[in-house]
Write a protein that binds this ligand. Structure first.
Ligand code: NAP
Length: 410
């Protein structure tokens, strides 16, 4: 019987999870693929570290050893940083291997080039693990894109930020206290910038935008904001109004224009994101035939991420069809259009400034927090007059705290 030979680049959380899953699910893989899947080699950086790897597997720090294997079908990449990863994967494709990656930062930067190179070399690229860990969002989108037209994708894509916001609300902790807990639990790195400033969610959002709409906006034009400005006071005021803070990535295609933001927003009880807590991720896809689908699950971790990689392994072995995505003619985001649409805003002010606002703007108040209906330009205008004002959009339907009104945000 022929064998599918695999190399795994990296033996950290993801790489080891993939290795163990290939071992534990060997019979299932053979049953589905009609061939045995065999790990031929593993690339690591530190040769001194003890690892539980079978003796007949090549363990090396030199990628050329992997390229020189007599037979190699798939290269699975689970290392960090853009380089040397991108170079390794280019070489793997040129050698005729399918590639599968979990590395969102690298794939957000170089995914387009890798997919083009793979097409030229008649191999496939799997990237399910780059977005929302174990949630099969990439395959779901590929399935939907066959006929449905995707109009909007929203997601809670960073488990660390969601954990911090949940802990701040439930335990009445400060941002610093919740971050420390995230670090102690191993969810946040010693340098948490990528997570709490929204870069990690931003990379995932660019990958989704490219898949769903065939293009991504100029990175500089995307509103990207992390969760560091959210205080316990804001979280408490939101709760009193029946709202929860979530860090939400949003991509929509409005009449051919892609609009993308990655920032904190508020959701009411009716929104499926309201109940997404702790390190969980969720993705909500709105498309023309099916309507809204929401997927929720573990966004990271050894086996959830390995699950995404293994599903990709099956996909690249079995699938030879070209995937469709929508081409968008003009991807420039019109600031003017965006600023003229009325939305619901959660606005917090230290002063009594808002008492002088026209009453038609104000929907709800709680102490110094106001829910107002206004355009982005109007809210920015208010904030310019008072530097202590902070404002966040409310996403989806919101039932007001006294439950006498249901407001539709956007
Ligand atoms: N952790 C998750 O839950 C998760 C989920 C989705 C996606 N991802 C992505 O998956 C990738 C791997 O994440 P991870 O959490 O598994 O990282 P990790 O635990 O830090 O492991 C990284 C592995 O890569 C190896 N490595 C790093 N640089 C290398 C180089 N230049 N050459 C060869 N090997 C190198 C390391 O080798 P040594 O062992 O020798 O140090 C280590 O085995 C990242 O891109 C991450 O963003 C992670």
């Amino acid at each position: 019987m022929t064998v599918i030979k695999v190399a795994i680049l990296g033996f950290g959380t993801v790489g080891e999870g993939v290795y163990r899953t290939i071992e534990s699910h060997a019979d299932d893989l053979e049953a589905v693929l009609g061939k045995k899947v065999e790990v031929a080699a593993i690339l690591i950086k530190n040769k001194q570290r003890e690892r539980n790897i079978r003796k007949n597997i090549l363990v090396t720090t030199n990628f050329e050893d992997i390229l020189n294997l007599p037979k190699l079908d798939i290269v699975i990449e689970a290392i960090v940083n853009k380089e040397p990863t991108y170079t390794f994967l280019q070489k793997a494709i040129e050698r005729g291997c399918h590639i599968i990656t979990a590395n969102k930062e690298m794939f957000a930067h170089h995914g387009k080039q890798l997919i083009e190179l793979a097409e030229q070399n008649n191999v496939s690229v799997g990237f399910e693990a780059t977005v929302a860990g174990g949630i099969p969002v990439i395959q779901t989108l590929k399935q939907l894109l066959k006929i449905n037209r995707v109009q909007q994708i929203q997601g809670i894509l960073n488990g660390t930020s969601n954990f911090i916001l949940t802990e701040m609300r439930e335990k009445k902790w400060s941002f610093a206290e919740a971050l420390l807990q995230a670090q102690e639990n191993g969810y946040a790195e010693a340098d948490p910038t990528n997570d709490v400033e929204g870069f990690d969610a931003f990379y995932k959002t660019m990958i989704l935008s490219r898949l769903a709409f065939g293009e991504e906006p100029n990175w500089q034009d995307v509103e990207r904001e992390g969760i560091t400005s959210i205080t316990s006071e804001l979280i408490d005021a939101a709760e009193k109004l029946g709202l929860r803070f979530k860090h939400i990535a949003s991509i929509s295609n409005e009449r051919g224009q892609i609009q993308v933001s990655v920032k904190p927003a508020l959701v009411g009880k009716e929104n499926p994101f309201y109940h997404v807590e702790g390190v969980e991720n969720a993705v909500s896809v709105h498309s023309d035939i099916v309507g809204r689908i929401t997927l929720q699950g573990p966004g990271a971790g050894m086996f959830p991420t390995a699950s995404a990689v293994i599903e990709d392994l099956v996909y690249v072995c079995l699938n030879t069809q070209k995937d469709r995505s929508f081409k968008v003619e003009d991807t420039a985001v019109s600031d003017q259009q965006r600023s003229c649409k009325e939305e619901l805003w959660f606005v917090h002010a230290q002063s009594n400034y808002f008492q002088s606002l026209p009453s038609n703007l104000i929907e709800q108040t709680f102490k110094q927090t106001y829910i107002i209906r206004a355009t982005k330009r109007e809210v920015e205008g208010l904030a310019n007059q008072d530097k202590e004002i902070s404002y966040f959009p409310i996403v989806g339907e919101y039932q007001t705290a006294n439950e006498d009104k249901v407001l539709t945000a956007q």
